[in-house]
Design a protein around this ligand. Structure first.
Ligand SMILES: *Cc1c(COP(=O)(O)O)cnc(C)c1O
Length: 396
C-alpha cells in the first residue's frame, strides 16, 4: 500500500493535512478549562451539522458501532420491540446488535440495492395499535450497497400512523457529506463516527439525542456503563468526560467541523454530489451497473459497482492494492464478490477522483474485463469540466 495515493474506501477517508496536524497535540490536563475550549465548540458545531437547534450531542471514544450501542442501551429495555429494514451489511449489523441485547426486532427484509420501504413501515406501524414498537431504525446510507434512503418518508410513515415510536438514524456514512435534517425529519437519535464525513481517524462515536430520546433514557433498563449518557452529562457539566477523553481527536473534530461550516453545508453536499456524478458517469462508460437499483437511491458518498457474472469483484480490490497501491472497498455480505466499492466522501478533489477512476480502469483491464482505458476518465473529465466546482474544502 502506498502512503502517497488517496484511498477510495468508504471510510476511513483521506485526511486533510491541517486536520492531521490538529490531532497531533501535546498532552493537556483534560480536567482543566483548556479541554472545555475544545469540547464546547465540538458540541456546538456538530449540532449545526445535524441541522438541529436543540439536539443533545454526545461524543464517545468509540466508533459508529459504539454509537449504535449508545442509542439502544440508553433508551430501551430487555424485550422491547424494534422495527428495522435489512437492506445491506450495516443495517444487518445494527439488527444483530439489537438481538444480542435481547430486543425483539421485527425485520423487514428488503432487497440489497433498494432503499428503506417507508410504505411497509407505515403499514406495520398502523397495525401496531397498542404502540408496542418503541423504536424504528433507519440506515440513511447503506455503505455496503451505495444506497441512500429517504428519512423524511420514514418520518411521514410514523406520523401517518400516529405512532409515538422513536426514530433512530444511522448516518455514519452520510452525516457531514449528504444532507441530514435532525429537526425537520424528527430524528430522535442520530449516530455517526469520526472517520467518514468528518475526515478524522476512527475513534469517536458522535450522536445527537432529541428531548424525547432523553426522556426515554429515564426509564430504559438495558445495562449501560461506558455509554451511559447520564454520566456523560455529568462530565459535560464540568467541561469534562466521565473518563479520559481523546483530546487530540476532539481537537481535530473542532477543526474539521469549522472547515465544513466555513465551506457551508449546502456547498459540502453539492461537492459530494458533483464528485459522485463523475464516478457514476465513469461506471456507465465502462458498461457496468451500480448495485443501487435506481437514481433516487444513488449515494453521494459511495458507489458499489457490479461486475459481470462469474467474475470475482474482490480480485479488483486485491490487485489494485498489490499492483498500484490503491485501496478500493470490497463487497460485503450478500454482495461479497459481486461488487467493488469506490468511496467518494470526505476530503476529495476532481484530480484525486480521476486518479481513482483511472486506477480502476487499469485494474479491470489487467484482470481481463472488457474495459476501454480512458473511457471512464473521459466521461468524468467532461462532467467536471462542464460543471465547475462551486466550493472547495479549505483550512479554516
Ligand atoms: C462505517 C459504518 C458503520 C460502522 O462504523 P464503525 O465506525 O466501523 O464502527 C455503521 N454504519 C454505517 C452506515 C457505516 O458506513
Amino acid at each position: 500500500m502506498s502512503f502517497q495515493n488517496p484511498v477510495f474506501i468508504p471510510g476511513p477517508t483521506n485526511m486533510p493535512e491541517d486536520i492531521r496536524k490538529a490531532c497531533d497535540m501535546a498532552t493537556i490536563d483534560h480536567r482543566s478549562p483548556v479541554f472545555g475550549g475544545i469540547l464546547n465548540p465540538c458540541l456546538e458545531n456538530v449540532r449545526k451539522i445535524l441541522k438541529s437547534d436543540s439536539a443533545h450531542i454526545y461524543i464517545y471514544p468509540s466508533t459508529g458501532t459504539g454509537g449504535w450501542e449508545t442509542a439502544l442501551t440508553n433508551t430501551l429495555s430487555r424485550g422491547d420491540k424494534v422495527l428495522a429494514a435489512r437492506n445491506g451489511m450495516f443495517s444487518h449489523r445494527w439488527i444483530d446488535m439489537c438481538q444480542r441485547h435481547n430486543l425483539d426486532v421485527q425485520i423487514v427484509e428488503t432487497p440489497w440495492g433498494h432503499g428503506l420501504p417507508a410504505d411497509r413501515y407505515e403499514e406495520i406501524l398502523t397495525a401496531d395499535t397498542n404502540h408496542e414498537i418503541k423504536v424504528v431504525l433507519a440506515t440513511h446510507n447503506e455503505t455496503a450497497t451505495g444506497v441512500k434512503s429517504d428519512i423524511a418518508a420514514v418520518r411521514r410513515a410514523l406520523d401517518a400512523a400516529g405512532h409515538p415510536a422513536l426514530l433512530f438514524v444511522d448516518g455514519v456514512s452520510s452525516i457531514a457529506s449528504m444532507d441530514f435534517r435532525f429537526d425537520e425529519w424528527g430524528v430522535d437519535v442520530a449516530v455517526t463516527g469520526s472517520q467518514k464525513g468528518f475526515m478524522l481517524p476512527a475513534g469517536l462515536a458522535i450522536l445527537g439525542f432529541s428531548d424525547k430520546a432523553i426522556d426515554a433514557a429515564a426509564t430504559a433498563k438495558l445495562p449501560r456503563t461506558f455509554f451511559d449518557i447520564k454520566d456523560m452529562d455529568n462530565g459535560y457539566a464540568a467541561n469534562a468526560f466521565p473518563y479520559t477523553p481523546p483530546v487530540g481527536l476532539m481537537n481535530g473534530l473542532k477543526l474539521a467541523t469549522d472547515m465544513l461550516l466555513d465551506e457551508g453545508l449546502e456547498n459540502v453536499f453539492a461537492r459530494h454530489h458533483r464528485i459522485a456524478e463523475g464516478v457514476r458517469l465513469a461506471v456507465g462508460a465502462w458498461g457496468l451497473e451500480l448495485c443501487a437499483a435506481s437514481p433516487d437511491v444513488y449515494s453521494d458518498t459511495v458507489s458499489a459497482i457490479r461486475t459481470p457474472d462469474g467474475f470475482n469483484a474482490t480480485d479488483i480490490v486485491t490487485h489494485a492494492a498489490s499492483q498500484y497501491g490503491v485501496a478500493f472497498g470490497v463487497g460485503l455480505g450478500e454482495v461479497a464478490g459481486k461488487v467493488f466499492r469506490i468511496g467518494h466522501l470526505g476530503s476529495l478533489t476532481d484530480v484525486m477522483t480521476l486518479s481513482g477512476i483511472a486506477t480502476a480502469e487499469m485494474v479491470m483491464a489487467d484482470l481481463g474485463l472488457d474495459i476501454k482505458l480512458g473511457s471512464g476518465v473521459a466521461a468524468a473529465q467532461d462532467f467536471y469540466r462542464s460543471h465547475p466546482a462551486a466550493s472547495t474544502l479549505k483550512a479554516a
